[in-house]
Ligand binder design. Sequence first.
Ligand code: IPD
Ligand code: CA
Ligand code: CA
Length: 269
Amino acid sequence: MHTLKERLDVAVSIAHEAGELIRQARADQSFSQRLKAGDELVTDVDVAVDQLIRERLNTYFPDEALLSEELSPAHALNADVSKLWVVDPIDGTVNFAQGLRHVAVSIGWMEEGIAKVGVVYAPFLDETFSAAEGQGAYCNQQAIQASKVTRLAETLVGTGFPYQKEARQKLLARLNEVLAHCRDVRRNGAAALDLCDVACGRLGAYYESVSPWDFVAGWVIAREAGASVGHLGTVPEGVPADLYPNELLVTAPGVYEAMHRLLLDADHA
Ligand code: IPD
Ligand code: CA
Ligand code: CA
């Protein structure tokens, strides 16, 4: 039996080792890139980092399931959630390839469908976000908290858009309402960091549909920081909410209801 704290410490050290590989790869500029599934960018660093994290987790937790973007993405929602590691080796691949700094390693762990441990490490920003259930959330070991904002007009909102161009159009009505009623919008290109930015109060809200590896770790961090976490739509029967990646809404507690209404009303405007 490992405590949550032991799991968190191992995950932080693996994320730091993975981050060093990412920093080195950028310094060397020797990686190749290609498109997967038609329009999603992937580099050979994504795969190498996934492999490294997988090897390390297998050493410490050989009997536990692992869902990772590059090496085991299939059947994500049918994964064995009794003890499950959920890994995005590079969140923000486009940023990584373009030399931008919003890039993160994301490692989450869930037990019986409840996400309990999360680490999001941003190697170019030098920030390690971490949380374990019931133990608060931290950035570089300093406790963090979600914003106290209560008005949409003062809420800075993060979001993102799917790689599939045809899926973007229907998100414009929501974006339009957010631009009309909230402070402004940021599209920083790494969902895990968007969640952490809500956790530490830099953003007042974040909404997007993603994949499990993009959000599980950041979800724990946001929840432990006092943010409200939920979905705009219904979570299907039998799927743990903490693994269900569609229509996420993560906000400062004072604006959750108002953001929820704003985004759903936009669909019928
Ligand atoms: C992407 C980023 C981006 C989000 C996309 C994700 P990737 O992850 O998190 O912010 O908008 O939906 O797929 O592909 O860089 O790991
Ligand atoms: Ca990702
Ligand atoms: Ca990724």
